[in-house]
Design a protein around this ligand. Structure first.
Ligand SMILES: [Zn+2]
Length: 140
């Protein structure tokens, strides 16, 4: 087991280069109040460049949300400075209140109190569409 620079927490590796801050936003991790290290545009054998997010004292992240924003990412659970478990993000069938529909005529835009629901429309393209109006989801 390899030694890491954090003692207890989570390392999100293989994050697409340049997207670490967006990933933190979607995971609702506030960089102002969380002990974390960001490594951006690191060399990667697999992808050319990548970002790495190291979160101290964080015990879990939403693997559904991570699958939506960074499908290729890997998650390492660190205890006592060692990686004790690895997991991969899910490619969720449904996303509820993760993104908002961009269609100005969508019922979720025109009416209040409706949950933002998206479904996986095409798994190979990782394409999500609004349950109500079929608008394609875009990362914001
Ligand atoms: Zn919609």
């Amino acid at each position: 087991m390899e030694v890491t620079s954090i003692q207890d927490g989570i390392i999100i590796d293989h994050v697409p280069a340049g997207t670490a801050l967006m990933v933190l936003k979607y995971l609702h991790i506030n960089p102002a109040t969380t002990k974390l290290a960001l490594i951006m545009n690191a060399s990667s054998h697999r992808y050319g460049t990548k970002d790495i997010i190291k979160l101290e004292d964080v015990t879990d992240v939403d693997l559904d949300v991570l699958g939506f924003v960074a499908r290729q990412a890997t998650v390492d659970i660190v205890r006592g400075g060692r990686i004790v478990a690895k997991s991969s993000p899910n490619l969720p069938e449904h996303l509820v209140d993760v993104i908002t529909c961009g269609n100005p005529r969508c019922v979720t835009t025109t009416e209040r109190g409706i949950h933002q629901r998206f479904h996986l429309a095409h798994s190979q393209r990782q394409e999500y569409r609004c349950d109500y109006c079929d608008e394609e989801a875009k990362l914001q």
